[in-house]
Ligand binder design. Structure first.
Ligand code: HEC
Ligand code: HEC
Ligand code: HEC
Ligand code: HEC
Length: 132
């Protein structure tokens, strides 16, 4: 038997926690949906992780975490082969251009942890390709 007094205290404490609980719940939903969103957008870190890669494959083992230069990408991606595979991309080949030939820095366009961008668009409004 729960004395009425205690029961009321319990009810009261629940009322007290109700708002923060809802707040936490809402927060966890927000986190959850932003993770889902990142995956829906197909961000590259998720893509690479899906290929079995870990953070150290790009950032190395050292602390603090190292920056990732383009040469790291080239350990797995071949620029000439890449240029060949996208030679029919319109309006122009993103992997072979007048300025840098096949060696445009990958990180200008492809981002791992945020949405990629179209670097060329800054100057060429008609090069409106979508960067994965
Ligand atoms: C495929 C290579 C790759 C992998 C795998 C990778 N990163 Fe990165 N990371 C990068 C690159 C490149 C940048 C520079 C920003 C950019 O252009 O995306 C970066 C930047 C960062 C930054 C700096 C903040 C920012 O967003 O610019 C942090 C922190 C970071 N990475 C953490 C991680 C962690 C944690 C993991 C594992 C879950 C990871 N990275 C896996 C390539 C990678
Ligand atoms: C350890 C090997 C490895 C490294 C390092 C690596 N990648 Fe990849 N990446 C892959 C593999 C494997 C695939 C899937 C096959 C393919 O599309 O070439 C891939 C796919 C991609 C894709 C295509 C994603 C899609 O949606 O089709 C992009 C873009 C890409 N990588 C960019 C980068 C960039 C930029 C870097 C450097 C910051 C990098 N990768 C570093 C292995 C790697
Ligand atoms: C000017 C922006 C830009 C730069 C710089 C760039 N890419 Fe891409 N990348 C694209 C676009 C746009 C596509 C989609 C092409 C398509 O769908 O026809 C793509 C597609 C890819 C793909 C998947 C398609 C395939 O054929 O495998 C990979 C892998 C990739 N890029 C890797 C790289 C790497 C590695 C570098 C650096 C050597 C790089 N990219 C530099 C814009 C860029
Ligand atoms: C900072 C500005 C700037 C950026 C960024 C830039 N370009 Fe250019 N680009 C120019 C200018 C200016 C010209 C004309 C002068 C010349 O021909 O060199 C040009 C010319 C070209 C041409 C010759 C044909 C034409 O339309 O005149 C191609 C192809 C080209 N750019 C492709 C690219 C690609 C692909 C990218 C992204 C990787 C890129 N550009 C990024 C400024 C830029």
């Amino acid at each position: 038997m729960v004395p009425t007094n205690n029961k009321n205290e319990w009810m009261e404490s629940m009322m007290k926690y109700r708002t923060p609980t809802q707040w936490l719940f809402a927060l966890s939903l927000m986190c959850f949906s932003s993770v889902t969103l990142a995956q829906e957008k197909g961000q590259l870190d998720a893509f690479h992780a899906g290929m079995g890669m870990s953070c150290t494959d790009c950032h190395g083992d050292a602390q603090p975490r190292q920056a990732v230069p383009m040469t790291k990408c080239l350990e797995c991606h071949d620029t000439k082969a890449l240029a060949k595979s996208t030679e029919d991309t319109l309006p122009t080949n993103p992997h072979d251009n007048r300025h840098f030939s096949t060696e445009t820095n990958c990180n200008y366009c492809h981002h791992q942890h945020q949405e990629s961008e179209n670097y060329c668009l800054g100057c060429h409004l008609r090069y409106e390709f979508v960067v994965p």
